[in-house]
Design a protein around this ligand. Structure first.
Ligand SMILES: [Ca+2]
Ligand SMILES: [Ca+2]
Length: 269
């Protein structure tokens, strides 16, 4: 091989390598959360860090525009849960059957919600609902079993539950009514105390969501720490914390391109 073309090849490979490692994504705002693992996967609809010990996502990051909530009905092939082609030890649908479905009342809770799986992401004027097959993949990815964690059907995931309330607030209030673009981190927290477990799937005692949006006044961050299965719920605002607390509980550094004072400036008092 000619020496110059060999150098060109090496430079090309280095560029490709750094492009893959430092991948840019619309779903990540102000830098990827620092993490000790390499189990981070980039999808059309979200970015996920997988937790192979608990078989639930460690976190999922997703960007939503008002266009993305134009999602087709969850039926037929859009309703099917799917194995994740990149992850080999995720829970199966079958694992959620039996005790989870019957007396324990755990639903298969999406971390990146189904409602954000729409939109015309390749800008050809057609959405999945119009039959654009290129957009189907976004919906299939939302239904990967790796994007799922057990969530109490009655006291958390279902109508009136904290998770349900927060999803509704983000979708209806921030995105549909106000027309904001929103960047969300949704994740799971396992503390030192015990937690429920079945078929190798751990039930997170805590979930969190960090919601970032921009309006005419600037950037706003709303970090929520949500206790799982709490029947006396109060108001969503009772669960507002700061980013620092979620960083302390998860060991992650969110928005690493901002320093601590900067990131907390955007959190409502
Ligand atoms: Ca399209
Ligand atoms: Ca930070």
């Amino acid at each position: 091989m000619h020496k110059l073309s060999f150098i060109g090849l090496v430079v090309g490979m280095l560029c490709l390598g750094s492009a893959l490692f430092g991948q840019e994504s619309e779903h990540i705002y102000q830098g990827l959360p620092s993490s000790q693992t390499d189990l981070i996967y980039y999808r059309k609809a979200y970015v996920i860090e997988w937790d192979p010990v608990h078989k639930v996502p460690r976190w999922v990051a997703y960007h939503v525009t008002p266009d993305y909530i134009m999602t087709p009905s969850r039926k037929g092939h859009f309703a099917q849960f799917r194995g994740d082609p990149d992850i080999d030890n995720e829970a199966s649908e079958k694992d959620y059957e039996g005790q989870f479905q019957t007396w324990r009342n755990y639903a298969k809770g999406h971390l990146a919600p189904y409602y954000i799986a729409g939109g015309d992401r390749d800008h050809d004027g057609l959405t999945a609902a119009d039959g654009d097959e290129d957009e189907y993949q976004t919906i299939y990815e939302i239904n990967y079993m790796s994007n799922i964690a057990p969530q109490d059907q009655y006291d958390f995931n279902g109508a009136g539950g904290l998770w349900y309330q927060l999803e509704t607030y983000v979708r209806e209030d921030l995105i549909r009514t106000k027309g904001y673009e929103v960047w969300v981190y949704a994740g799971t927290i396992f503390g030192p105390s015990s937690y429920d477990e079945y078929k190798g799937i751990s039930v997170p005692p805590l979930f969190y969501k960090i919601i970032l949006y921009k309006n005419e006044e600037g950037i706003h961050i709303e970090p929520y720490l949500l206790p799982h299965q709490r029947d006396s719920r109060g108001e969503l605002s009772d669960y507002l914390v700061n980013v620092d607390m979620i960083e302390a509980l998860t060991g992650l550094d969110f928005y690493p391109e901002w320093d601590k004072e900067e990131q907390e400036r955007f959190v409502e008092e």
